[in-house]
Design a protein around this ligand. Structure first.
Ligand SMILES: CSCCC(=O)C(=O)COP(=O)(O)O
Ligand SMILES: [Mg+2]
Length: 230
C-alpha cells in the first residue's frame, strides 16, 4: 500500500481478492449460465424481464426479442464480458441459489477479521465489483463466516460507478464517499483496475492469493491476503 496520511476507506474487489477466482468461475458463473433460458421463460412479460431485454438492447445497440437476448447473454457469459445486463441477470439467478442454500459466497478466512479491524479503526469498508450490487450483497450475506453485511458500509457496481478499468469510475466513487482519492485504498487482483485507481490518485494493493497461480500484478504493492493491510 502506498501513500501517507489518514486512510478513510478501503474499497474491495470480490473475484480473486476477497473471494476465490475458481469459485466465481467454476461454481457461480456456470450456475447462472445453465439457468438463463429458464429464468427468461419463467419471467416472460414481467418488469424484471423487460428491464433485462431493454438493457441487452442498450448494450447491443439494437432491439432484441427474448431469443436474441438469450443468445447475446450466453455469448457474453462465455467470454466473461463484464456487461451490466449479464451481471444483473446473473445476480437475479444467484439470489434463488443463495436463498435455497445451493450457493454460498466464498470469502477467504482473513476477510472477516480485516473488516472488523478496519471498522474498529474507523476506516470505511466498501465493495466495488463487476457483479451487481444485489449479487455482492448476497455473496457477503451468505458466507461460511455468516452474514458479513453488517461489516460493510456500501457497494458499487458497473451501473453505479462505471467500468472498473476507467479512472473516472474511481473519481465517481471518491466523490460519493466524500473523501480525497489519496485517502482511499483500492484492493484488487487485476492490474488494469489497479492502474485505473492509481491514475485517479488512489492508493492501491494488488492481491494474489496462494491458491491463484496467475502471474503477480506488477507496479502495485503486493499482498497475498488482507492481513498486512493497515
Ligand atoms: C458476487 S459478485 C460476482 C462477481 C462477478 O460477477 C464478477 O464478474 C467478478 O468481478 P470482480 O469485479 O469482483 O472481479
Ligand atoms: Mg477481481
Amino acid at each position: 500500500m502506498t501513500g501517507t496520511g489518514r486512510l478513510r476507506a478501503v474499497v474491495l474487489d470480490i473475484e480473486g481478492t476477497t473471494g476465490s477466482l475458481d469459485h466465481v468461475q467454476d461454481v457461480l458463473f456456470p450456475y447462472a449460465r445453465a439457468r438463463f433460458a429458464s429464468w427468461l421463460a419463467a419471467h416472460r412479460g414481467t418488469a424484471q424481464w423487460r428491464r433485462i431485454l431493454d438493457a441487452v438492447a442498450d448494450e447491443a445497440g439494437s432491439v432484441q426479442d427474448e431469443a436474441g437476448a438469450l443468445a447475446l447473454l450466453e455469448r457474453w457469459a462465455d467470454a466473461d464480458v463484464k456487461t451490466p445486463p449479464l451481471k444483473t441477470l446473473q445476480g437475479l439467478i444467484w439470489s434463488s441459489g443463495y436463498a435455497d442454500g445451493q450457493l454460498q459466497g466464498h470469502v477467504y478466512a482473513d476477510v472477516p477479521p480485516a473488516l472488523e479491524r478496519w471498522k474498529a479503526r474507523g476506516v470505511g469498508r466498501f465493495v466495488y465489483s463487476s457483479g451487481s450490487v444485489a449479487a455482492q450483497r448476497d455473496w457477503f450475506g451468505h458466507t461460511e463466516y455468516g452474514d458479513l453485511r453488517p461489516l460493510l458500509d456500501g457497494y458499487f457496481d458497473l451501473t453505479t460507478a462505471g467500468p472498473k478499468t476507467s479512472p473516472e469510475s474511481y473519481d465517481t466513487i471518491a466523490r460519493q464517499l466524500g473523501h480525497a482519492p489519496a485517502a482511499l485504498l483500492f484492493v484488487s487482483d487485476l492490474g488494469a483496475e489497479l492502474d485505473a485507481a492509481a491514475t485517479a490518485g488512489w492508493r492501491t494493493a494488488a492481491v494474489r492469493r496462494s491458491d491463484d497461480d496467475r502471474a503477480p500484478v506488477p507496479g502495485h504493492p503486493a499482498v497475498d491476503s488482507l492481513a498486512p493491510l493497515l
